[in-house]
Design a protein around this ligand. Structure first.
Ligand code: GDP
Length: 445
């Protein structure tokens, strides 16, 4: 690992009241004395100026975490400055002229892993916690991060180790030729109990994994039905161009929407219609892709024209199955907003008057499970579930070898199950696995 000090802006792009810059490296004191107007004190917030020669770049609060009591296990400083990108970048530039380099995504957490501050499961949980898209997902990520998942894995590991020890001792020290049935029964019971524990953990992990999926809604319909206007109402800002000319929104644009703490992606698509215009056709092809990849379609109908044959043709042509019909422009027909529960659900709104938009939000919220119990759910990864299933496959094979009294084969299956379980914790991780995990992080974490 390249041990040069690293720095990154840890707050999201854009202007904000405050911005945070993180620096991690070995022995940062020399660097600090060059740029800060005051001496730092370990784990204390110090108000000071950042100087570049005679120039004061900003007045900041700086917290110094002396190694090894820091996030990365190295010296870490967190500079809390004004949230202006020009200021933040000038501080980053200053750090770089003094030998610090820009951090790669997840590099702070990678260093924490290599310095034994966290294990691989916790590293993954940190990334998941940052990107968790609803309250349940946040809790499940916290369960993984707090070590609850690890405790369960360690319990399973201890059970496998003690069974392995039992089998190895029979192999190495056979007291007599005939191994008592009692030993086999004990081993069999231990293995069956472990299999049951793993099955439960797989169930909780699979449920947790599904929480990690951010739902995507594609807004589809004929040109001019009001797709962009509806999205603008949902986002409460003029996020995409709204105009009278048909076929304006030619590309599929994705937005992030927060509905009562449930974060979804919403995609504005090009209006669907027969056209010879090449650019518009390309937009329609992209819309078709969005339809395939979306979890659900919000199909917008111009209520003043009603659900036409052309709409029905589009729904059929693009195999739109899971959808909600949104009848827009009820101001023209003088109708009140409402929603129906028959399938497909129908919602009547006016984007122009911002009337009934909350009913669209209700319909989206209906898609989220109401079950709030997350006590034992883990925001796990596919690789955790894969390795748990592998562990169990080997344990289940043990049963046959017990009935055949094939001790060597039994010992081998137990070893393989132990190996599969260890892979979850990242004992002997491959470079590819580490790259996959850490590059999914945002810069600054
Ligand atoms: P898109 O092509 O489906 O994205 O449609 P736009 O959102 O661009 O809207 C097309 C036209 O319909 C614009 O002139 C909008 O002002 C108008 N429009 C959108 N929503 C409503 C509505 O609820 N009522 C009325 N009367 N006009 C609307």
């Amino acid at each position: 690992m390249n041990n040069k000090a690293i720095c990154a802006i840890a707050t999201p792009p854009g202007t904000s009241a405050l911005g945070i810059i993180r620096v991690s490296g070995n022995n940062l004191q020399a660097l600090c004395s060059k740029i800060f107007s005051k001496q730092l004190i370990d784990r204390n917030a110090v108000f000071l100026n950042i100087n570049n020669d005679e120039e004061v770049l900003d007045s900041c609060v700086v917290i110094y975490y002396r190694a090894p009591r820091s996030y990365t296990g190295e010296d870490v400083i967190e500079i809390i400055c004004h949230g202006n990108y020009i200021i933040m970048n000038s501080i980053i530039d200053l750090l770089c002229t003094l030998g610090v380099r820009h951090a790669e995504p997840g590099e702070f957490t990678k260093r924490a892993f290599f310095n034994n501050k966290i294990d691989l499961v916790q590293a993954e949980a940190i990334s998941d916690l940052i990107s968790a898209s609803d309250k349940r997902a946040v809790r499940a990520a916290q369960n993984s991060l707090s070590g609850k998942f690890l405790v369960e894995i360690n319990n399973i590991q201890s059970a496998i180790i003690s069974t392995r020890a039992e089998v190895e001792s029979i192999i190495n020290f056979p007291e007599d030729e005939d191994i008592p049935d009692l030993s086999f029964t004990k081993i069999q019971n231990n293995i069956r109990e472990t299999v049951a524990l793993i099955k439960q953990l797989i169930k909780n992990s699979k449920e947790g994994l599904s929480l990690n999926h951010r739902r995507t809604y594609a807004v589809v319909g004929k040109p001019n039905s009001g797709k962009s206007s509806i999205i603008n109402c949902l986002l409460r800002e003029d996020a995409s161009i709204v105009t009278n000319k048909e076929g304006t929104t030619r590309d599929s644009i994705s937005y992030e929407l927060n509905i009562n703490n449930k974060i979804i992606n919403i995609i504005d698509t090009a209006g669907m219609r027969e056209t010879n215009d090449e650019i518009e056709q390309e937009g329609i092809t992209r819309s078709a892709k969005s339809i395939i990849n979306a979890d659900k379609i919000l199909y917008i109908v111009d209520n003043s024209k009603g659900l036409t044959d052309e709409d029905l043709k589009i729904i059929k042509k693009y195999n739109i199955e899971d959808y909600v019909l949104i009848f827009n422009k009820i101001d023209i027909t003088n109708e009140a907003p409402k929603k129906t529960t028959k399938q497909p659900k129908e919602v009547y709104v006016s984007a122009l008057d911002n009337n009934g938009i909350e009913l669209i939000k209700d319909v989206i919220e209906d898609d989220f499970e109401s079950n709030d119990i997350t006590e034992n759910l883990y925001l796990s990864r596919n690789r955790h579930i894969y390795n748990l299933e592998k562990t169990n496959e080997h344990l289940i094979c043990c049963d046959n070898h017990i009935s055949d009294a094939s001790l060597d084969l039994l010992a081998e299956e137990l070893r393989l199950s132990h190996l599969a379980l260890s892979a979850i914790l990242g004992q002997n991780p491959t470079e590819d696995l580490l790259t996959e995990i850490f590059t999914s992080f945002c810069i600054g974490k």
